[in-house]
Structures are given as structure tokens and as C-alpha cells.
Design a protein around this ligand. Structure first.
Ligand SMILES: C[S@@+](CC[C@H](N)C(=O)[O-])C[C@H]1O[C@@H](n2cnc3c(N)ncnc32)[C@H](O)[C@@H]1O
Length: 281
């Protein structure tokens, strides 16, 4: 992950703050504000507060009880003052009970709710967190396995917005010594699975390339226009090109495709509802 020492960085949804502590120590950004969703008491109970104390000693601002979807929880955060916002391995918080799970998932699946969290994260990054005069970058790092791959992170989150998906790179955890990827609700270190960092900006791909080219040793796969005609691909599963129509039909008949298609349908419903609500309020 390329982090320019000139950048002012905001981290969102850090688990035990080990990512933020490692980032500060090993990448030394000009300024870092670290946030966690949990309360101080919860942090102490789940993981202990070693990294919190470490960050405090380094005069780094740490905000607890920070819900990226809810302005009221942002406390002393200085708006529009960052160059880069990072959300590592996002995931909805655990439901407190079966009843809470049923209430939340009455209308939408967990897949849609996770996408909604990330869409709100990106919208808030560009509306409230990122400095209009800075480099304006938002990163999401996520695992390369199901169910995360089924969120269609690259394309679905920014539909009908002016945010651009710029590209992605392999998340190399060895560049973040002592970082422990955490589960949502347990005092356990998640088994290391490979991660990908997705890059978003309001700027065009060409402008963003100047930020990374020659500076980052991560190989970035830029989001270039595909030369494959859309009808030879499956947009829901992001796969193709199919050599023949028969190959495509065989793909469309698979369970994997049908599940992805259902997720995409529900996501479209969600976005329609979001847009309708915007017109009412
Ligand atoms: C799988 S954990 C990863 C934790 C940490 N980022 C890491 O890499 O170890 C997912 C994290 O997302 C956070 N999260 C979920 N919903 C959030 C929200 N609305 N605002 C901020 N953080 C949130 C959770 O609190 C949890 O810490």
C-alpha cells in the first residue's frame, strides 16, 4: 500500500488499532487520525488498549465510538482535512441477538447491508473527510474469498455517483509489521487470507496515475476500459470473455451465477429505494 509521507490519513473501523499504529510507525504520514467503531470499554475488553496508548503517546488523534455512517458520532474530527481515508477489511458489526438479525435482514440480505455500509463510507469520504485541495483518495481492503468477493466492490458501490473506481493492488501485510487483522466481535486474530486494496477517487484515472506511477512498488491493476464486448461477459460475476454463446448459457445456468444475479438484483432495488428516499427528504 503506497502512503506518501506528505499525506494526512484517516483510518476507519480499525479493530484493535494495530493497523493505525503500524501505519504511523512504518509509513510516517504527515498526520494520522485513527478511529474505531467500538467504545473505549469495548476495546479494552476485546483486545486491550496497548495500541491506543501507543498512539496517544505519539500524539495521534484517536476517536472511539466512530460510526462512519453517522455524522453524530464523529466528535472532534476535522472535516475535509484528509488526503487519504482507509477502511481495512470492513464488515458489518455482529448483530446483538437473533431478533436484531431478523429485524435488520427483514428487507435486505447481509450482502446488501455490507454493500450499503461501504457505499455510505465512500460517499462520506468524498463529502466530508477528504480535502478538496488534496489528493482525494479512499481505499478499501477486502479479502479475496466469499462472501467478500460477492459484494462486487469495484463496481457496485459507486453506481450513480461521481466517484471513480481507479484500480486495485495486492495488500501486502508484511509492510505493516505487528498489524493483526481482527474479527468483528471476538478477541481472535483472523487467519491470514489474501487481501486486495481497491482505490477510489473523484479524479480521473489518468490524474490518479500520476500519484502512484514511479512511486509505489505495488503493482496496480488500473480500471481500464475492457476490449471485450459486454455481451460476451457476465457483468454480475465479472467473468468472460465466453468463447461461444453455449459457454455463456452454461455459466448463466450455474448456481454461482444465479446467486450473484440475485445479489445484484437486490442491490439495484436498494439503490432505487435510496434514490426514492432522497427525493422525499
Ligand atoms: C473484520 S473487522 C476488521 C477490523 C480492522 N479494520 C482490522 O483490519 O483488523 C471489521 C471492522 O469494521 C468495523 N465497522 C463495521 N461497521 C462500521 C461502521 N459503521 N463504522 C465504522 N466501523 C465499522 C467493525 O467495528 C470492525 O472493527
Amino acid at each position: 500500500m503506497y502512503i506518501d509521507p506528505k499525506w494526512r490519513v484517516l483510518t476507519v473501523g480499525d479493530g484493535d488499532l494495530s493497523f493505525s499504529a503500524s501505519l504511523l510507525k512504518n509509513h510516517q504520514p504527515q498526520q494520522l487520525t485513527a478511529t474505531i467503531y467500538d467504545s473505549m470499554a469495548c476495546l479494552q475488553e476485546k483486545y486491550g488498549d496497548d495500541y491506543y496508548q501507543q498512539l496517544q503517546q505519539d500524539n495521534c488523534q484517536v476517536i472511539t465510538d466512530f460510526d462512519v455512517t453517522d455524522k453524530k458520532t464523529w466528535g472532534k474530527l476535522v472535516k475535509k482535512s484528509f488526503d487519504l481515508v482507509i477502511f481495512q477489511f470492513p464488515l458489518l458489526p455482529a448483530f446483538s441477538s437473533e431478533k436484531a438479525f431478523k429485524t435488520y435482514c427483514e428487507t435486505y440480505s447481509v450482502n446488501t447491508l455490507n454493500r450499503a455500509l461501504l457505499r455510505k463510507y465512500l460517499l462520506n469520504c468524498f463529502q466530508y473527510f477528504l480535502d478538496d485541495n488534496g489528493v482525494k483518495l479512499a481505499f478499501i481492503t477486502s479479502k479475496n474469498v466469499k462472501p467478500y468477493l460477492q459484494w462486487n466492490i469495484e463496481k457496485s458501490l459507486i453506481r450513480n455517483t461521481d466517484i471513480n473506481y481507479i484500480g486495485r493492488f495486492y495488500f501486502d501485510i508484511s509492510k505493516f509489521p505487528d498489524y493483526k487483522v481482527r474479527n468483528v466481535n471476538r478477541d481472535k486474530h483472523v487467519k491470514s487470507t489474501q487481501g486486495t486494496t481497491y482505490i477510489y477517487s473523484l479524479e480521473s484515472l489518468e490524474n490518479c496515475k500520476t500519484i502512484f506511477d514511479d512511486k509505489s512498488d505495488d503493482y496496480i491493476t488500473y480500471n481500464r476500459q475492457s476490449r471485450v464486448p459486454e455481451h460476451k461477459t457476465c457483468q454480475a460475476c465479472r467473468t468472460g470473455a465466453f468463447a461461444t454463446e453455449r459457454d455463456k448459457l452454461m455459466h448463466l445456468a450455474t448456481k454461482k451465477h444465479q446467486q450473484m444475479f440475485a445479489y445484484e438484483e437486490q442491490w439495484s432495488d436498494f439503490l432505487q429505494q435510496e434514490s426514492a428516499n432522497k427525493h422525499i427528504t
